[in-house]
Structure formats: structure tokens, C-alpha cells
Design a protein. Structure first.
Length: 345
């Protein structure tokens, strides 16, 4: 089929998106698909120029804001549907992380021009991107979530509702951009100020110190549970994208009954938010060893060092087969495709 990989963009996760896009394009070509690459910030990328998009790989920190502002001047935005490689594609594989690529904006544009695309629809994407709304929906379906408040909040509210240590983060960002682990009340204002540089809403959430687990969903099939053991106390940007900065074990070394419980919780969250295609749902184990929902990712990383491809490999799917399955899910009617599983293993 004709697949256009839509990548890049101007979010703080641009480099991650480019790394994902390059790996996805190579994998789909290995499966025999005709693949084009489009950078949401700059337009169609000729094959001979694809390698130059990210020559040094993903760095230890996000791109400089000045560079992103420069790229924003050339953003495709509403003109996306006029790009021949997009308009004529059988499927657009959305390899965008954060910003308009993951908040439902791009999905709404593609819906308007009638182009099929991977992952969740525009409403579900917007819901999952907003951590405050996502936690409310998941809590209402009976899953445990860490207590939280939204800034502005008084120090008394944070102390009584959330407690210390707490995690302060932008409500609508990914890759731990702008995240701070706060141990003392005196450090709270600076953490809120930092997170506020990246989003108009800031979440203050109880830090759950237990094991960090994640579950990929493909169709309606949960992949094996993966445990993350970062070098730092939180799974921050550097630990996510620098080789050797975290240990990722899949299947997670946990009891089978707990693994099944975490997978069931991930599938419940995926369904509650009406996600489709594929997603990745993150948890930490609380003091009683029970899974506590953190967030859901509708556009999880697909780099060489990303989590969901590792879980797919543990389920018996190599990366080309995994990307191929995601594309085929995109060809199904979205409501029905969301309810049909892809056999794994």
C-alpha cells in the first residue's frame, strides 16, 4: 500500500518524532510498501534527504525553543491535506509526538479531507493528551489514579491532597518535558513555573515510588508488561532516549496474576478513553503493589530505544510486522477497528 509517514513538527518532541519516523519508514519499506515521508514543519522530504533530518540522533535534551519557533513559520497546518503525498496515501502513519500531532489537531484535519491514518481519532487523541481529563475518565471507570491538583493551587492544598514528594508537570506534554520531582514545599513555585513554560496548564501529582510499568495495546490485545528501571529517580527525557540510561525488562519480572491485572487495567483505560489502533498505558505500583494509572500515550515513541516496539518483540512481532499491523488497523472503520484484536505471540 501507499503509506506516508508524517513526522517532525514543532513540538518539544520533534527529534523523537523524527527518530520514530525514520525507523517506521525503513520498517514499512522492508514490508514492501511504497513509503513517502512528510515533515509537518517543512513539507515533503525526498528520500535522499531523509537521513539528514536527524543526523545526530535524539539528544540529551529537547531542541532549542528558538529553532522550533523558526520552524513554526513554515508549518503545514491546515494545508496538510493539499500535500500530494498525504492526499494520495492509502494510510498516513502519524509519527508525531506532542503538540498538534498528538492533541487531535492533525487527526481532525485528516478526517476533514478523508485520509485514513494510524492511531486514535481526534477526540480520543485530545482527551488522552490532557492528563487532567484523562485521569478523570480513567478514575470514573474504577481504576486507581494518583491524587492530583491543577495549578494554581495553594501549598496547603498540595500538602493535604497530594503530599510530598510530588511530581509537577505540564498537563499536555510528553517525554517528561518540563517535569520536576519536588520534595520540599519551598521548591514548588519554581517547578510550577518551569512546567508552565511548556503548557498553559500544570499538574501537581503525588509521586508513586513503586515499580514503573507500561503496557502496549494493539487493536484490543494487550502486549506483555514492560518494567522500566531508569538511572534517574524519574523516567526523564535523558533516560527515555539515551542508550544505557534505563533498563527495560520485558516481560516484566512480576507475578503472572499481577501482570494480567496490569494488562486488564491498561485495556480498561484504552477503552474508557475510546482509543483505537494502538496506544501505550503507563502505571506505577502503589504501596500495596496495585497498579496506579499515570497516563496513556496515543502516539507512543517508535524509536530504536522506545518501549512499545520492545513489547511487540516480546510478543513475537518484529518491528516491520508491528508497523504493518498498525497500518492495517488504520484501514478498518475506526469504531470497529477499535474493537478488533490483532493476534500476538
Amino acid at each position: 500500500m501507499k503509506v506516508t509517514v508524517l513526522t517532525g513538527g514543532t513540538s518539544m518532541e520533534r527529534d523523537v518524532a523524527l527518530a520514530s519516523g525514520q525507523q517506521i519508514a525503513a520498517a514499512l519499506r522492508a514490508r514492501g510498501h511504497l513509503v513517502h515521508v512528510v515533515d509537518l514543519a517543512t513539507g515533503y522530504v525526498p528520500p535522499e534527504q531523509e537521513a539528514a533530518l536527524l543526523p545526530g540522533g535524539v539528544g540529551r535534551a529537547p531542541p532549542a525553543p528558538e529553532r522550533l519557533r523558526e520552524l513554526e513559520r513554515g508549518m503545514l497546518s491546515a494545508g496538510l491535506g493539499e500535500v500530494p503525498a498525504v492526499r494520495e496515501a492509502d494510510v498516513v502513519f502519524i509519527a508525531l509526538h506532542g503538540g498538534v500531532g498528538e492533541d487531535g489537531t492533525v487527526q481532525a484535519i485528516l478526517d476533514a479531507v478523508g485520509v485514513r491514518y494510524t492511531g486514535s481519532g481526534h477526540l480520543a487523541s485530545a482527551l488522552a493528551m490532557d492528563k487532567d481529563l484523562a485521569k478523570r475518565v480513567v478514575r470514573d471507570c474504577g481504576l486507581a489514579v494518583a491524587p492530583w491538583v491543577m495549578a494554581p493551587a495553594t501549598e496547603v492544598e498540595v500538602r493535604e491532597i497530594v503530599g510530598y514528594p510530588c511530581v509537577v508537570k505540564p498537563s499536555k506534554q510528553g517525554s517528561s518535558v518540563g517535569l520536576t520531582l519536588v520534595r520540599r514545599p519551598a521548591d514548588l513555585p519554581a517547578a510550577v513555573e518551569l512546567a508552565g513554560r511548556f503548557d498553559d496548564e500544570v499538574m501537581v501529582e503525588r509521586f508513586i515510588p513503586g515499580a514503573e510499568l507500561t503496557v502496549g495495546i494493539l487493536g484490543q490485545s494487550p502486549l506483555p508488561v514492560l518494567e522500566i528501571r531508569p538511572q534517574h529517580e524519574t523516567f526523564d527525557y535523558e533516560c527515555k532516549y539515551q542508550p544505557g540510561m534505563s533498563e527495560e525488562i520485558c516481560p516484566a519480572p512480576i507475578a503472572p496474576a499481577l501482570a494480567e491485572r496490569v494488562q486488564d487495567a491498561a485495556l480498561q483505560a484504552h477503552r474508557a478513553m475510546k482509543l483505537s489502533g494502538y496506544s501505550r498505558v503507563d502505571f506505577r505500583l502503589d504501596g500495596a503493589g496495585a497498579p496506579c494509572f499515570l497516563e496513556a500515550n496515543t502516539g507512543p515513541g517508535m524509536t530504536a530505544n522506545s518501549l512499545i516496539p520492545k513489547a511487540a518483540r516480546a510478543a513475537g512481532m518484529d518491528f516491520p510486522a508491528f508497523t504493518d499491523a498498525i497500518c492495517h488497523l488504520a484501514l478498518a472503520p475506526r469504531n470497529k477497528g477499535a474493537n478488533r484484536g490483532i493476534p500476538v505471540g
